[in-house]
Design a protein around this ligand. Structure first.
Ligand code: UTP
Length: 289
């Protein structure tokens, strides 16, 4: 298999980040100087993906605008000699071939992925959740694509999480294949401690084959009354068509306040314009605590 396309589901309501997300999509909140969604697109592009579908909704057109040209602004920057800003503004519009589809009702992640069926056709595809950001040497989605292409199977990105935290995620039942790569035979969405299958939790990255679409089509609502992607993936896992990669890298859930702040601090510490200043500022703050 060869993975050339990616889908970014970004149609969730973002209720954990209210009130900001009442009118600003959570994917458009700035992490230092770029919106969250740009980091995710950059990860896909760095992994060699050219065609990207964003699943949006009626409240999220700021995303389409962001990845478009803005001639009036570009003219103004050009005339005032703001070369650096001009280059950045243009770069965001030229990152990839970006397509959009709307999820007309917020029926869950599984339903959002189902909306990608026409875009995907009969090819395998990558999925990057619109609020999960990764910091890694090798793009996390590339780590998954390498395993999926090698074994010709779907793949989920996992990391080990504390037992107390597993009920926030999907847990997977795994058996080792090679270093950091496992076969998955079962999975559970938001398990209780009794239901958990291992400490490995799915964290925001997937490579899927189009086998998932007929499964999603007939899926009943699951946890929280939503069509859950994990319930569909479980069917593939039962058919021995699923891998898990324990990926190398740090994941930030920018869809909740603490994860968003952690990402802001870590990315600002690495940013050439803010790194030294923030380090000094944090030291001063820490000394006063
Ligand atoms: P989340 O549960 O993290 O996002 O969904 P949410 O629904 O926006 O969160 P809260 O709880 O209200 O704050 C995981 C991913 O699935 C997408 C979200 O945009 C996010 O990328 N999603 C979720 C959809 O695209 N459609 C849906 O109906 C639900």
């Amino acid at each position: 298999m060869k993975v050339r396309k990616a889908v970014i589901p970004a149609a969730g309501l973002g209720t954990r980040m209210l009130p900001a997300t009442k009118t600003v999509p959570k994917e458009m909140l700035p992490l230092v100087d770029k919106p969250v969604i740009q980091y995710i697109i950059e990860e896909a592009v760095a992994a060699g993906i050219e065609d990207i579908l964003i699943v949006t909704n009626r409240a999220k057109s700021a995303m389409d605008d962001y990845f478009d040209y803005y001639p009036e602004l570009e003219d103004r920057l050009q005339r005032s000699g703001k070369e650096k800003e001009l280059a950045e503004v243009k770069r965001s519009a030229d990152l990839a071939n970006i397509f959009y589809v709307r999820q007309k009702e917020t029926k869950g992640l599984g339903h959002a992925i189902w909306r990608a069926k026409r875009f995907v056709g009969d090819e395998p595809f990558a999925v990057l959740l619109g609020d999960d950001i990764m910091k890694a040497q090798k793009p996390v989605i590339r780590q998954l694509i390498d395993a999926a292409e090698k074994y010709d199977r779907s793949c989920v990105g996992v990391q080990s999480v504390a037992t107390e935290a597993i009920s926030k995620y999907s847990s997977v039942k795994v058996s080792p294949l090679e270093e950091r790569t496992f076969a998955v035979s079962d999975m559970n969405e938001k398990p209780t401690r009794e239901q958990m299958l291992s400490n490995y939790a799915i964290l925001g990255r997937y490579v899927l084959t189009p086998d998932i679409f007929p499964i999603l089509e007939t899926l009943e609502p699951g946890y929280g009354g939503e069509i859950q992607l994990t319930d569909g993936l479980k069917v593939l896992a039962h058919q021995d068509k699923m891998l898990a990669v324990d990926f190398e890298g740090r994941r930030y859930d920018t869809g909740n306040l603490k994860g968003f702040l952690e990402a802001t601090v870590d990315f600002a510490l690495e940013h050439p314009e803010t790194g030294d200043w923030l380090r000094a500022f944090l030291k001063e703050k820490a000394a006063a605590l």
